[in-house]
Design a protein around this ligand. Structure first.
Ligand code: PEP
Length: 249
């Protein structure tokens, strides 16, 4: 693993005003010298973004949104949030291309527009890619990943603000994970796809899918990854802290 280890908490459609308080213990942990290596980013639902920004002010923690609209500023898009709005509220990251949105019809073309919008607003992008079970069973994983990367990053010249999150769809929330050997091989393939496009630019790649405080000791052995995107287990600060502590010990 590289110098900084990313721990990105995707709270999905969970959390209320009370749960904001629960991150205090994570803030306290981040102040300890030993955990300086941890780069902790919270992605709560839109309704809590401002509360998280306020709560994490003057701490090392950062905040991100879970999605955005592709139109950069404002417009007649009921229920949508633009990257300008995300930026103005004080968040620094945005998750784009999560499989839970792809499965609702989000296309690679839309994802590409969202990424352009985020970058032009100087936001960091957590760009999710991953194959579903059907694609995996039919040996289409590498083609799918290539397509997601090529189309998602069309006309993108620099990847310094992009974190690639490899999230096999069949692994999210299921408890099923590739073996370390398989995962390492897959990450190397993804790195090569990126290298082909972006030559010598530095790549940040994290893994997401059923990461928890029981499998982290095993997953952290994989040198090729720079951290984790954590859904379910990040909503409980005790479990989230356990994951961070076990990774950095
Ligand atoms: C996710 O939704 O990004 C995710 C990784 O979820 P989980 O950790 O619950 O599998």
């Amino acid at each position: 693993m590289t110098n900084k280890i990313l721990f990105i908490a995707n709270w999905k459609m969970f959390g209320d005003l009370d749960s904001v308080k629960s991150i205090k213990s994570v803030i306290n942990l981040s102040k300890k010298k030993k955990y300086k290596k941890a780069k902790i980013i919270y992605c709560p639902p839109y309704t809590l973004l401002d509360k998280f920004v306020i709560k994490t002010r003057k701490t090392k923690l950062c905040v991100g949104a879970q999605n955005c609209h592709q139109v950069i500023n404002t417009g007649p898009y009921t229920g949508a949030i633009s990257t300008t709005m995300i930026k103005k509220i004080g968040a620094k990251y945005v998750i784009i291309g999560h499989s839970e949105n792809r499965s609702n019809g989000e296309t690679n073309n839309q994802i590409n527009k969202k990424i352009h919008s985020a970058i032009s607003n100087n936001l960091n992008v957590i760009f999710c890619i991953g194959e579903n079970l059907f694609e995996k069973k039919h040996n289409r994983t590498n083609n799918i990943l290539k397509k997601q990367i090529y189309l998602g990053l069309k006309q993108i010249k620099k990847i310094d603000k992009i974190i690639f999150a490899y999230e096999p769809v069949w692994s999210i929330g299921t408890g099923k994970i590739l073996t370390n050997k398989e995962l390492t091989k897959q990450i190397i393939i993804i790195k090569n796809i990126i290298k082909n496009l972006f030559k010598k630019q530095k790549t940040k790649i994290i893994y997401g899918g059923s990461v928890n405080n029981r499998n982290i000791n095993n997953l952290k052995q994989i040198n090729e990854i720079d951290g984790f995107l954590i859904g379910g287990a990040s909503q409980n600060s005790k479990k989230f802290i356990d994951i961070i502590k076990k990774t950095i010990n």
